[in-house]
Design a protein around this ligand. Structure first.
Ligand SMILES: Nc1ncnc2c1ncn2[C@@H]1O[C@H](COP(=O)(O)OP(=O)(O)OP(=O)(O)O)[C@@H](O)[C@H]1O
Ligand SMILES: [Mg+2]
Length: 336
């Protein structure tokens, strides 16, 4: 039986861009699917198709057992959506925004008011509740938008990068809210750039790139695929990079990645702290001075790197940044 969210062979093209190129996934009821992928991978497009905002060129999708293409209105009644860009009414206060959503969903005035108060409290917006949303900071808008998606508790929720732009405390609080929701039986599809977030919240993870699913599994399975832990060394001088590379090649379990600009070398390892001590001894034996050394778990970057094999590009990009002309207006554009 298909899960609460089910996508099969979704294709969506925009001109030459295949934003979705045959995407399949299934989210069992009461679980969280984390949709990961670099910018432009197709995450938002997938969310828009599943939430009836966009028609795919081909493929099928079911949400809460309802056919998204045939019965979009019915689907809309069963879902909540918090988009990548906050959709709040700038000219209403935070409280009015939430009450309005409640009334749209036919709650009584009183119930809508109570729910709005509760959510404003929960999302740290109580102090700003009676100011118009246009005076809100980016993080406050984001939180208001998320609160709006939770006014009614639909059985299936979609959140597109819910914590992008939130400070660590608010991110943590949102994670708690999401965990409560899911404990209450909600099915959630969440897109994110943070493996840490997917790690904490998602039962299953789907990595997409160029509109295709390139990996799926639990967070542990994905990390295992990237080769376990990493040792990261920053050497003191550029001419120490090569001797350090030899040491890491000998003791590590895979290719050594080098970022020359920051004199940083990274290698997948197994053997943890004991091996770290051995690496330090060997580097010392080769007269390599260490500025920094650490043993860490794989990050989303490592997962991407190993899945898409773009390690070399990272290096080039860093080098290009070094050569950027500070007077070039395009660089300034990026810095903003
Ligand atoms: N309305 C549109 N018209 C033309 N191209 C589009 C449109 N919407 C999306 N695209 C293209 O489809 C691709 C996927 O976009 P999408 O917004 O789904 O990416 P994303 O994974 O959500 O990225 P991000 O992490 O930046 O939010 C991109 O190449 C994007 O430029
Ligand atoms: Mg997006």
């Amino acid at each position: 039986m298909p899960g609460a969210i089910h996508a099969e062979g979704l294709v969506k093209t925009f001109g030459d861009v295949r934003a979705l190129d045959g995407v399949d996934f299934d989210v069992p009821e009461g679980t969280v699917l984390g949709l990961l992928g670099p910018n432009g991978a197709g995450k938002t497009t997938a969310v828009r198709v599943l939430t009836t905002l966009l028609r795919p060129d081909s493929g099928s999708a079911f949400v809460a057992g309802i056919d998204v293409l045939r019965k979009p209105n019915e689907v809309r009644r069963s879902i909540g959506l918090s988009g990548q860009f906050a959709a709040v009414d700038e000219y209403l206060t935070g409280r009015e925004n939430l009450q309005m959503v409640g009334q749209l969903y036919q709650m009584s005035g009183r119930a809508a008011k109570a729910r709005a108060g509760e959510l404003l409290e929960r999302f740290n917006l109580a102090d700003a509740a009676d100011r118009t949303a246009k005076t809100y900071s980016g993080g406050m808008r984001r939180r208001l938008d998320l609160a709006a998606a939770l006014v009614v508790s639909p059985p299936v929720m979609f959140m597109d990068e819910p914590t992008t732009g939130l400070d660590p405390r608010n991110r943590q609080q949102l994670w708690d809210v999401i965990e409560d929701l899911v404990a209450g039986g909600t099915t959630l599809l969440l897109t994110t750039q943070y493996l840490e977030e997917a790690d904490r919240l998602a039962h299953d993870i789907c990595v997409i790139d160029h509109g295709k699913v390139i990996a799926r599994g639990t967070s542990d399975q994905l990390k295992a695929r990237t080769g376990g832990e990493r040792v990261e060394v920053v050497v003191h001088r550029p001419d120490e990079i090569e001797p350090a590379r030899s040491v890491l090649t000998a003791l590590g379990k895979g290719e050594v990645t080098v970022v020359r600009l920051s004199r940083k070398l990274t290698v997948p390892v197994t053997g943890g702290a004991k091996l770290l001590a051995e690496i330090i001894r060997d580097l010392d034996g080769h007269g390599v001075e260490i500025d920094d050394i650490a043993l860490r778990r794989p990050t989303l970057d490592d997962v991407f790197l190993s899945l898409t094999g773009h390690a070399a590009e990272v290096q080039e990009q860093e080098q290009e940044q070094e050569n950027e002309d500070p007077e070039d207006p395009e660089d300034k554009e990026d810095a903003r």
